[in-house]
Design a protein around this ligand. Structure first.
Ligand code: LGS
Length: 503
């Protein structure tokens, strides 16, 4: 049963960080949407509660050795399913305005489609009502990677056309339940570029065949078919929201959460600059061009040829303008360089089925930051200048009327091995938020970019998809023996920042 909230212990109060001096005349608008994010599979636990069915991530966690590297499963996670009241009280106590949660599809439809599981739906009705009663605005994501296992078994999930109707049916069910409570901001899909280009190929390439059936497709066919069906499913859900839900319950806004890495040329050479530009165009336009302009970009069509599925006229009309704002998850940028044979030679050669992007990620900043997690430091994740450049690039590409950063955050490796006293004074993460928030302030005030929200990942330490509990992004520390949470210094910084800059 759901635990009733208890008072927040005074031991949880740490000295907040000192506010650095920022440009004090700058401000953010009163309706700026800011807060913290989490996702169902990563924090709820309670995987068998109230009739929930299995998702592919339950299978991966339990049956595919090493897929989640440290062997953690989602069975318990943060136990948020039962502790959501306490968790909401903690957000309220520290002044958080928005909580971005995801709904677990298999709590609503244990087998992906068919009959609604009322107990599962009621859970989200209760949680959303509770958040709203505390004055916390919910942002609801419909699909955050946890695909019903049955839909994967029946038709390879997003590789099957049937997903479009099954997803739309699921979306309508959630809209009808939560829109009347006052949910105004919806996310259809979490990071579909990542789900299709990373998870989907891995589902068949890195699992035993008896668990995940093999579609007869090449890797690139898998990636772009998944993308295509995802775009159609997203667009159909948005159509339902606009035609059936908004006329009854009032205006809402909707987008998917884009995820692609912004590329900065490693050097000033013409080759590196062109390679990065091409990489950025390919990255932003795969999903962005269809939803803003109505079809795939010419560059995608040219490079991918028959691998890229085609939209019919009706589908183009459905997909076009199917977002109300640009939602972007930005963690860090990458440095790119042209391949050895040079940019032009590479472009001339892209008819290869394993087409090269004509840009190679080095992930080493000029000046030589360490290359990655192996070195035990995460400084190459703090790329505020590239964040600002990415905002400018998004703004210049589609001129959206609003940009909301739906996730940003900082991984700390081995934070799990730290004592509470050390982990909660998360200086590197605090510096990351200082740097990124300063860029948001600058983007809004100097560049006049309509950035209207920033949601930090994550609300607390949780299960990471690939690394389980080994890498932490939380702005609250979780003790996994007692399930106690503690505010980290970075969270104090975040709340102070917005207190100060929002008019
Ligand atoms: O937990 C995920 C966060 C954490 O970092 C969330 O569910 C996703 O939507 C999102 O992709 N997330 C994320 N992305 C950035 C990855 C940066 C690299 C971190 C390296 C960890 C091994």
């Amino acid at each position: 049963t759901v635990a009733e909230p208890t008072p927040i212990p005074s031991t949880d109060l740490i000295a907040p960080p000192v506010m650095p001096k920022l440009e004090s005349q700058y401000r953010l608008p009163a309706d700026f949407l800011w807060g913290l994010a989490g996702a169902a599979f990563q924090n709820e636990g309670a995987v068998d509660a109230d009739g929930r069915g299995p998702s592919v991530w339950d299978t991966l966690g339990h049956l595919v050795d090493g897929f989640i590297t440290d062997g953690t499963t989602g069975d318990i996670a943060d136990n948020h399913y039962y502790l959501y009241k306490q968790d909401a009280q903690r957000l309220k106590a520290i002044g958080i305005k928005t909580y971005s949660l995801s709904v677990s599809w298999t709590r609503i439809f244990p087998f992906g489609n068919g009959t609604v599981n009322e107990a599962g739906l009621n859970h989200y009705i209760d949680e959303v009502n509770y958040l709203i009663s505390l004055g916390i605005e919910p942002v609801v994501t419909l699909f955050h990677f946890d695909l019903p296992q049955t839909l994967q078994d029946w038709y390879y999930g997003f590789l099957g056309e049937q997903i479009v109707d099954d997803y739309a049916n699921y979306a309508r069910t959630v809209f009808e339940a939560l829109a009347p409570l006052g949910v105004k901001t919806w996310i259809t899909m979490n990071e579909p570029e990542l789900a299709c280009s990373n998870l989907y190929p891995r589902l068949t390439e890195e699992t035993p065949a008896e668990l995940f059936a093999r579609p007869n497709l090449t890797t690139n066919e898998i990636i772009y078919k998944c993308g295509h069906n995802t775009l159609l499913a997203h667009a159909k859900a948005v159509d339902i929201l606009r035609k059936e839900i908004e006329p009854v319950y009032g205006p809402a806004k909707v987008s998917y959460k884009g995820a692609w890495f912004y590329s900065e040329p490693l050097t000033n050479s013409t080759d590196d600059i062109r390679a990065s530009q091409r990489q950025n165009n390919l990255a932003i336009n795969w999903f962005g061009h269809p939803v803003w302009k109505g079809d795939y970009s010419d560059l995608h069509k040219e490079i991918l040829g028959d691998i890229l599925p085609k939209f019919s006229k009706e589908e183009i009309a459905l997909v076009k303008s199917s977002v109300d704002f640009y939602a972007h998850d930005f963690y860090n940028g990458h440095y790119y360089t042209a391949p050895d044979e040079g940019f032009d030679a590479c472009v001339a050669n892209v008819s290869d089925a394993n087409w090269p992007s004509c840009a190679v990620s080095t992930n080493i900043a000029p000046g030589g930051w360490p290359t990655g997690p192996a070195g035990g430091t995460s400084h190459n994740f703090n790329t505020p200048q590239l964040f600002r450049d990415a905002l400018r690039f998004i703004n210049a590409t589609y001129a959206p009327n609003e940009i909301i950063i739906t996730e940003f955050g900082f991984p700390v490796y081995h934070e799990s091995q730290m004592e509470l006293g050390q982990a909660r004074y998360d200086l590197d993460r605090t510096i990351y938020f200082q740097d990124y928030l300063r860029e948001i302030l600058g983007a809004y005030n100097e560049d006049k970019i309509p950035i209207k929200g920033a949601i930090a990942w994550g609300t607390m330490d949780n299960l990471e998809w690939n690394s389980g509990l080994e890498v932490k992004f939380g702005l609250q520390y979780v003790n996994y023996t007692t399930q106690e949470r503690y505010y980290k210094q970075s969270l104090h910084y975040l709340t102070q920042f917005f207190d100060h800059y929002i008019q």
